[in-house]
Design a protein around this ligand. Structure first.
Ligand code: CA
Length: 523
């Protein structure tokens, strides 16, 4: 009898173990099939050179919170944009399509058609709660979001006006803090039974690079290292590079240099502002530097202010990550940090963006997806902002519509890039005539080469760059016999890409020159 009782106990024990095992399997399976939350942190004009995880040799700034994401996730070294300018880049993120298909070619002539298919709409239809907070910059109201609270146009750094679900609100404080507070508020009051997509989009570090007043003294007046090409004379390249208007030497305004005070501050804020800038500006006016000395001074002021705004963006990332940690959301939340495009921090004497060249073409991209992205991994595949839509849809277990041009990064994030991943990338910039006078151009980019056609108005020429021999893109080798085979292959590849991507032969009618009046018809 004793043996039978013992057998029964063993049987019960085994049953218990099996039940517990089955339950664990079910929980594990449920966790792997629960759609992940998506926290998309997107800044404006954030150069990869201004993130310490990217290892810029100038060591301009330390960004511990963004670096933490890189340490715990995957950092992309060639995340590219199809059109290096604010609104068009955002339209690419939302639609997964090039601007000739989503209809938003440049910042000045277009309004985003919110009736079209977008990634937030598809996620919303799939049961996600969706929110868009901060910089929107697409001239029409957001669609596909359960909640939106946006900065009108470019937005202001201090005490910004915002539009919450169509209602104008004036807010007090520093814009990056406000966008972070609103994002956290939304996370706290969302429906916890649904997965979420939160697009937290900062204005910073966009021009005019005004730091949080509490951070004004952040650098302790240290000297920032200059880029090798600060005094580039554009020899070795064509008219477009020579005719642009985006140099620290000639284009920098008094507001850029903080020799003029931005509007919108309270008296108390202005006091803090003046306490920092006034004595330094007095010193500058007394010294009255000219020529190269003036460029040196402006570069230092530019770096202080630009990087000062980045500090707040990094703080914002830290606050958002802390909330995910504290609430246990971190384990099933994809966190993406990116920017709408890259930016010049004095390279080639420039600030701003727009070019197919590296500093403006490449944008930061760091993704942390616990259990998916190998910890501390790096990727150099050609990826782009048009890939976000497909990526988020696949992560959410949703089908990817066939008209989306970007490709899902999910296998790449697993560390398994498909063998047929893109080896070349198409670029097209349209905003000319326009601010900074960067001529229209399109081209093809590979891991080593760039073929570019400046094609509009007073310019019509090709350039070819070999990034291996010439990483700073200082001399075009177009037409050189040594590159004839490479050049031909790139022309073929460009043609193929333009056909595959359905690029129209002509720019849209609104961007074509107006016909000159016929003098014989003038009265
Ligand atoms: Ca931008």
């Amino acid at each position: 009898m004793k043996t039978a009782s013992s057998n029964r106990r063993t049987l019960h024990l085994l049953q218990g173990i099996l039940c517990a095992f089955a339950l664990t399997c079910l929980i594990a399976r449920a966790a792997s099939t629960t759609p992940p939350n998506i926290l998309f942190i997107f800044s404006d004009d954030h150069a990869y050179q201004a993130i310490s995880a990217y290892g810029d040799p100038r060591k301009l700034i330390v960004t511990p919170n963004i670096d933490r994401l890189a340490r715990e996730g995957m950092i992309f070294h060639r995340s590219l944009v199809p059109n290096s300018i604010c609104g068009p880049a955002r339209a690419c993120v939302l639609t997964g399509k090039y601007n000739h298909l989503n209809g938003f070619y440049d910042n000045s002539h277009f309004s985003f058609d919110g009736s079209q298919q977008t990634m937030p709409k598809l996620l919303q239809a799939a049961g996600y709660q969706t929110a868009m907070i901060g910089k929107w910059h697409l001239n029409s109201d957001p669609t596909g979001f359960d909640y939106w609270d946006i900065l009108p146009g470019q937005g202001m750094y201090y005490n910004p006006a915002m539009i919450r679900m169509g209602e104008k609100i004036k807010r007090q404080g520093y814009v990056t803090d406000i966008v972070t507070d609103l994002s956290l508020d939304w996370l706290k009051r969302r429906n916890p039974s649904k997965p979420f997509l939160l697009m937290c989009q900062h204005k910073a570090p966009h021009r005019e690079w005004a730091p949080n007043l509490k951070n004004l003294d952040w650098s302790g007046d240290r000297k920032f290292a200059e880029p090798e090409t600060l005094f580039d004379d554009y020899a070795g390249r064509g008219a477009a590079e020579q005719l642009q208007d985006m140099t620290i030497a000639n284009t920098f305004t008094k507001l850029d240099a903080k020799l003029q005070t931005p509007g919108g501050m309270t008296e108390a804020q202005l006091k803090l502002w003046n306490a920092y800038y006034e004595p330094r500006n007095r010193e500058f006016l007394k010294a009255n530097p000219q020529g190269k000395d003036l460029v040196h001074w402006r570069y230092q002021r530019y770096m202080h202010d630009y990087l000062g705004t980045v500090l707040s963006v990094d703080e914002s990332v830290g606050r958002l990550l802390k909330y995910l940690d504290e609430t246990g959301l971190a384990t099933n939340t994809i966190v993406v940090y990116s920017s709408d495009q890259g930016f010049y921090l004095g390279e080639h004497g420039w600030f701003d963006k727009r070019w197919i060249f590296e500093e403006s073409l490449r944008t930061p991209l760091i993704v942390r997806w616990p259990g998916v992205t190998p910890v501390g991994s790096a990727n150099s595949n050609l990826v782009a902002n048009i890939d976000f839509a497909s990526t988020f849809l696949e992560a959410a277990h949703q089908p990817i519509p066939t008209d989306i041009q970007g490709r899902s990064l999910v296998p790449v994030l697993h560390g398994r890039t498909p063998p047929d991943w893109r080896k070349s990338f198409y670029y097209h910039y349209y905003e000319y005539p326009g601010v900074h006078k960067v001529r229209r151009h399109y081209g093809v980019v590979t891991d080593r080469y760039k073929l570019v056609h400046f094609y509009y108005s007073d310019v019509d020429y090709w350039e070819l760059f070999d990034l291996l021999q010439d990483p700073h893109e200082m001399r075009s080798v177009y037409g050189q016999p040594a590159y004839s085979a490479v050049q031909k292959n790139l022309h073929d590849e460009l043609k193929r890409l333009r056909t595959d991507l359905k690029v129209p032969a002509e720019d849209p009618a609104v961007l074509r020159p107006k016909p000159k009046p016929d003098p014989t018809q003038v009265q």
